[in-house]
Design a protein around this ligand. Structure first.
Ligand code: DQA
Length: 147
């Protein structure tokens, strides 16, 4: 079975409570369940992990190299700041789909810049929690096409 990782960054543990007008009412636990269900439908096993720490995200990306076929990554605010995350993705030979609940391009200018986008196979944003299912479909389609 294809193993994929859904990696969530800072403040996403507070989904459902945090700015629901921007990020919706769905909790991270609900999103994790949606991801596992979508994976099962598509014949993949999905592992979900969230951390508020940049270095832990980097460690998980490094470890993913030997454990997973690809990653869906919502790096939260580190998307807009972290050259280290971009380098981590570049350092492992894994397809990464960049994911955001909100449409970062329709928000404040500082959110328009993504350090992840140049090293991702693609970006999905603006579809709320449903975007995770779209991202998994895109990632698994890509993995299958490469096989
Ligand atoms: C986010 C968008 C980021 O700009 C923000 O810092 C987040 C969440 C999103 O999912 O829409 O924490 O990645």
């Amino acid at each position: 079975m294809t193993q994929v990782l859904v990696l969530n960054g800072p403040n996403l543990n507070l989904l459902g409570i945090r700015q629901p007008e921007v990020y919706g009412a769905t909790t991270l636990a609900d999103i994790d369940e949606l991801c596992r269900q979508t994976g099962a439908e598509l014949g993949a096993e999905v592992t979900c992990f969230q951390t508020n720490h940049e270095g832990v995200l980097i460690d998980r990306i490094h470890a993913a190299r030997t454990e997973y076929a690809g990653i869906v990554l919502n790096a939260g605010a580190y998307t807009h700041t972290s050259v280290a995350l971009m380098d981590a993705i570049k350092s492992v030979d894994l397809p990464v789909v960049e994911l955001h609940l909100s449409n970062i391009h329709a928000r404040e200018p500082f959110r328009h810049k993504s350090w992840i986008a140049p090293v991702a196979i693609g970006q999905i944003c603006g579809f709320g929690a449903a975007g995770y299912a779209l991202a998994l479909r895109a990632l698994l389609g890509h993995i299958e096409a490469q096989a």
